[in-house]
Design a protein around this ligand. Structure first.
Ligand code: GLC
Length: 424
């Protein structure tokens, strides 16, 4: 222990323990909607069950891309805090390949209990590095008092949004800031026009005609039809939710958490006046929901791997997943929880539809290079949406740079499953 402390003096080894006399671990969490109080309640219960462990919450940014940068700085510096990491589904392979996560090998883990799609992003090179915590699927929210019914095509979405324009300032609200959220919105329009980011052979397809149509449609919402305000180019999840919740938009693209958060009449002007449906498609495309969500992993530099694992197992267990779904509407990643009668009334959509939505949602590419590829794409998408470039030129450049990144780093080799030490 003394040796380890000397090696890790730079990160203050042992200080936390000296303060409380208990094993102290920390967990990172971004807190959107009513997430914070729920997590604190669960941590309190965990501490009652494990009186020798104290868990502290390390709050991090709600912006997925800023959060990623912070994690890279910590882990690169070999900081053991936070011990338990809340990871976006698109980071795990990158962090595992960099050697920053402990493989999870505890025999109590039943991987068959999770949806295969949510588990796939937890694995790298044959090992398991995280457990799925909750699943996010993109949903189209609509004001039931302004919109006659769910739109069945992207053309109808435009029409309904335009018609609602004389009663609310914005036809539609979405997250268009230059960060990961923008890519998730694009994935849905892209699928809606029949395109994809990368095909099964790892060929980049963001410069295909479907992608150009998808980005043109998004840009037209802002520039041509003026149903989305220019402000979307700075919005993340919460700004988008506030626009809709304050009664300023007829439609909104957001994740399931917003459903329960907007039901509170004390804060929401639209309580009782909204519903959700899948994002519609154009002819030749298919309704597409991006698969998002969070996983819990253990920091490779933790001093308390056992306590950290207990916490991961506790938070991802059925009782806590069910409580999360009931309290804040987030979708469980354990299949059996969908059979629980208590879940039926809890979600934005019937439990069976939610189960199908998770099973059929579109994942973003699972690769250690994902962040690099996404950053390239974010920049070009945002330029086109801001009117600085045409969608064609922006996407052609994105594809060229993404292909160059793949060539430079040998993505195909990574994807064959050979462990790598660093992707940067
Ligand atoms: C949500 C999703 C996550 C996604 C992020 C983008 O947090 O769960 O997967 O990357 O939003 O903003």
């Amino acid at each position: 222990m003394a040796l380890v402390c000397a090696a890790l003096a730079v990160v203050g080894c042992g200080e936390r323990e000296r303060e409380s006399g208990r094993t102290v671990i920390t967990i990172s969490s971004s807190v959107v909607g009513t997430d914070g109080p729920l997590l604190r309640r669960q941590l309190d219960r965990f501490m009652q069950l494990h009186p020798n462990i104290e868990v502290r919450l390390h709050r991090v940014s709600d912006d997925a891309t800023q959060r990623h940068q912070l994690f890279v700085q910590w882990l690169n510096a070999r900081a053991g805090d936070p011990d338990v990491l809340e990871l976006d589904v698109v980071w795990t392979s990158e962090f595992a390949a960099a050697g920053w996560l402990l493989p999870l090998k505890d025999p109590s883990i039943d991987t068959t209990a999770f949806f295969p799609g949510t588990l796939r992003a937890c694995r790298w090179a044959g090992d398991l590095y995280a457990l799925p915590w909750y699943a996010d699927v993109g949903l189209l929210y609509r004001r039931t008092d302004l919109v006659p019914r769910e739109p069945r095509s992207l053309e109808e979405l435009r029409q309904f949004a335009q018609r609602a324009g004389d009663r609310v300032p914005f036809g539609i609200a979405w997250m268009g800031a230059r960060y990961e959220g923008l890519v998730t919105v694009f994935v849905e329009y892209l699928g809606g026009f029949g395109g994809e980011i990368m095909d099964d052979s790892m060929n980049i397809r963001v410069d295909g005609p479907e992608a150009v149509r998808a980005l043109t449609y998004m840009r037209d919402q802002i520039v041509r039809w003026k149903i989305a305000p220019n402000d979307v180019l700075t919005w993340h999840e919460e700004e988008t939710r506030f626009a809709f919740q304050n009664g300023r938009a007829a439609f909104m693209r957001n994740w399931p958490y917003a459903y329960a958060a907007m039901a509170d009449t004390a804060q929401s002007r639209v309580a009782g006046r909204y519903a959700v449906s899948p994002m519609p498609a154009a002819p030749g495309g298919h309704p597409t929901a991006a698969l998002g969500g969070a996983q819990l992993a253990i920091n490779r530099w933790t001093e308390h791997p056992e306590a950290a694992f207990r916490l991961v197992a506790f938070i991802t267990a059925p009782a806590q997943q069910l409580e999360r779904a009931v309290a804040i509407g987030e979708f469980p990643t354990l299949r059996a929880v969908y059979d629980d009668p208590a879940l039926r009334a809890a979600l934005a959509i019937p439990a069976d539809d939610a189960r199908r939505a998770v099973e059929s949602a579109t994942p973003r590419p699972v690769t250690p290079l994902y962040t690099q590829l996404s950053e390239i794409l974010q920049i070009e998408l945002h330029r086109a949406l801001a009117g600085q470039r045409t969608p064609e030129a922006a996407l052609a450049d994105a594809a060229r740079k993404m292909n160059a990144a793949i060539e430079r780093t040998g993505l195909r080799e990574y994807m064959s499953g050979r462990p790598v030490t660093s992707t940067r």
